[in-house]
Design a protein around this ligand. Sequence first.
Ligand code: SPV
Ligand code: MG
Length: 302
Amino acid sequence: MAKSFKSLLQSPKLEFLMEAHNGLSARIVEETGFSGIWASGLSISASYGVRDCNEASWTQIVETLEFMSECTTIPILMDADTGFGNFNNVIRLVQKLEKIEIAGICIEDKLFPKINSLVKGFNQPLASIGEFCGKINAAKDTQKNKDFCVIARTEAFVTGYKVEEAIKRASAYAEAGADGILVHSKLDNPSEIIEFVKLWQKDTPLIIVPTTYNSTPTKLFRELGISIVIWANHNVRACITAMREISKRIYLDSTTKEIESKIAKLDDIFQLTNMLELKISEEKYLKEFHDKFDNVLSSAKR
Ligand code: SPV
Ligand code: MG
C-alpha cells in the first residue's frame, strides 16, 4: 500500500484521492476506480456526529481506518491532524498505522486540539517550525516500511499568513524529510496556491485540497504541476443530502413505496460486504457439519 501511494505521489501525472469515512465508503471509492483514499478527519468525525476538533480520540479514528483498510486494496492516506499530541504521539501513531497497512499520514502544523481549517470565526494558532519538524523526523525515524509516506501540511494561508511564511514552512518540512507537502487554502479562488507554486523550488511533490476553490478547472492544477488533488469531504456530504431527502420522504409518506427505486437494493449491500465469499467459505468449512446435520434431520423425519 505504501509503495503504491508513493508512486501516486511521485508520478508525473495529476492523481486524485477521494474521501472515505468508513469501510463502506472506502469500498465504494475503490469500486469507482480511484487509485487512493483520503481518510478525512472532518468526514470521520462527522460520521460519528462529533466536531472536527479532536473530539474523537485517535484510537477511535484508527479503529475506523482498520475497517477501511480491511475493506480495500488501494492505498489510504490518513488525515492525522496534528499527530494527536507531540512527537511521541506521532511515533505511537505511525507504529499502529503500519500494522494496519495504512500507506501514509498527513500531519498539519497547527496545535492539538486542532480545529477544522474551513470553520469560520476561530483562532487557528500554528506550531513552531522547529516543533513540527521534530514530528516529521519522529515519523520518518519510526516507519519500518521505507515507502510509508509522511505528508507535511502547512496551514500558513489558512491562518492568515502570506506566501513567504507558507514557503518558509514548507521548505523546512521538506528538508526535515517530508515526502510531500500539502498546501491548504480556504479562499474561493486558487490565487494563494498559484503564488505558492511559483515560488516553490524544491522537488518535493505538492498536494492540494480544492474544497473552497472548487470552480477552478482541474486543467490549471495540471499546468501548475500539482501531484495530488484531494476531494476531501464529498462522500460524507453526499450522504447527508441523500439521508435527509430519504428520511424526510419516509417521514412524510409513512411508506417507503415511493423511494424504493431511489435507494440501494439490499443485494447491493450484500455484494459490497462480500456475502459471496461467506457462501464459498461456508461450503468449505461447514460442509461436514451440514452433512451430519442433514443426516440427523432426515433420520429424525423417518
Ligand atoms: C479533512 O478532510 O479533514 C481535511 C481537509 O483536513 S479540511 O476539511 O479542508 O481541513
Ligand atoms: Mg482534517
